[in-house]
Design a protein around this ligand. Structure first.
Ligand code: MN
Length: 429
């Protein structure tokens, strides 16, 4: 792992929070992520399963966590199962976790090899009344590949058809949305690394720079700070920034255009997600600045509205209403359009067509109860934008915010954002 080891207390507390939510005589099983193929015999770098990581800090493939808080045998109440290291694995894939190392990382005392898993599962299933199995439930997930958790669930259900199986995902969804202080600190660190990358990317921005040159600076800075890219970064100049997921980053940045950079570092598997928009030649035109300032105002006010008890729906709606007013001032929609604004047909939709923000954590679009309401400890992104393809112009600004009892805390408060700050940053080279 690239990051320095995390305090295993984090994972022990998470396991305790989960255990408290399980009913009597229930057990839970959580699997690692698959190693996914590319082509031929190639594989991708494994992205650790967020749920297993949240509960154990374990990133190794094929690992399984079994929790059975009321198991008759106390040594079976919390167990971690791992691939058994051997010389072949050591030669080809490097050292696998030893039992001792896994205990140090996770705080789980009972670590066994996978060969023992079927026997232990059988014994625990015989004394359990409900079995909580995990699946990736995300309202926006749309893919056809079967994950490891699902394949294992099918096997278990086929072998024990009369057991009662339950969904673990809704419990984890509500638990994971509320971050512990250490998790917030990890996200803050990812934000700081992202900010350092942005500083470095801006330093190479000039008319004629290629979008991928900015990406290269981001990668270099993240890597030397022990981080990974949280997702494929977007570096999109001019009209290309109107395409919301433009990740080719292969065009030339031209004088007079803006370039939109949407990027996040991932440190210890905790993600940042920031967006900044820069004038390629260092100065905004009056029109660009007017659009930029409008987005900045909606961002600032949306951050202020991220308060405990607010539903995500109401929070987004307030931004849409504000944005409609901004679009009238910019001459993009008419006052009559704004007057006809409804939640079903928001007047801003032609120029601001995406969500206002999302939960952030081990997922870039982290799991959280779909409509909130916001609770202390939630971390969310705030990311309004205005996209005007007919003017070849797009502005999005995105910060990451912690919701607290005392109000929202902007983790990116120190990352230059006001139009004047951006211009002086670029003038400084
Ligand atoms: Mn985002």
């Amino acid at each position: 792992m690239r990051h320095t080891p995390l305090d295993p207390t984090l994972f022990a507390v998470n396991r305790r929070r989960l255990t408290e939510r399980l009913p009597g005589r229930a057990m839970a099983v959580v699997h690692a992520a698959d190693v996914t193929p590319t082509t031929g015999d190639g594989t991708r770098r494994m992205h650790p399963a967020s749920d297993l990581f949240w509960l154990t800090g374990i990133e190794q493939e094929e690992s399984v966590l079994v929790i059975a808080p009321q198991a008759a045998d106390p040594t079976r109440r919390e167990m971690l199962f791992l691939r058994e290291p051997n010389e072949h694995l050591a030669q080809w894939e490097g050292d696998k976790l030893t039992k001792q190392r896994a205990t140090e990382l996770s705080g789980v005392a009972q670590v066994r090899w996978l060969s023992e898993l079927p026997g232990v599962l059988h014994a625990l299933l015989c004394e359990s009344e409900a079995v909580y199995l995990n699946l990736n439930e995300h309202e926006r997930a749309a893919y056809e590949v079967e994950e490891r958790d699902l394949r294992m669930a099918r096997q278990l259900i086929a072998r024990y058809p009369l057991h009662r199986f339950e969904r673990l995902a809704p419990i984890l969804r509500s638990l994971r949305a509320v971050k512990q202080p250490l998790e917030v600190e990890l996200i803050r660190r990812a934000v700081d690394i992202t900010a350092a990358g942005l500083r470095r990317a801006v330093a190479v921005l000039r008319p004629g720079a290629m979008e991928f040159e900015l990406e290269a600076e981001l990668v270099a800075e993240f890597t030397r700070r022990r981080a990974w890219m949280a997702y494929e970064p977007i570096v999109a100049s001019g009209r290309r920034a109107c395409v919301l997921h433009s990740v080719d980053n292969d065009a030339e940045c031209r004088a007079g255009e803006l370039v939109l950079v949407d990027v996040g570092a991932s440190y210890g598997n905790y993600n940042a997600d920031l967006t900044r928009t820069y004038p390629v030649n260092g100065r905004f035109t009056p029109r660009q600045r007017a659009v930029y300032d409008a987005v900045h105002r909606v961002l600032r006010d949306s951050i202020a509205r991220a308060t405990v008890g607010t539903t995500l729906r109401d929070w987004k709606r307030a931004a849409q209403v504000q944005m409609a007013g901004e679009l009238v001032s910019l001459g993009l929609i008419t006052a009559a359009d704004a007057a006809a604004d409804t939640p079903e047909q928001p007047a801003c939709r032609k120029y601001f067509m995406h969500g206002l923000g999302h939960s952030l954590g081990l997922g870039v679009h982290d799991i959280a109860p779909v409509d909130g309401p916001l609770e202390p400890g939630w971390v969310i992104t705030v990311e309004p934008g205005i996209y005007i393809p007919e003017e070849g112009l797009a502005v999005r600004l995105e910060n990451d915010v912690v919701v607290t009892e005392r109000g929202p805390i902007d983790l990116a408060a120190d990352v230059p954002i006001a139009a004047d700050e951006i211009e002086s940053l670029m003038a400084a080279g």
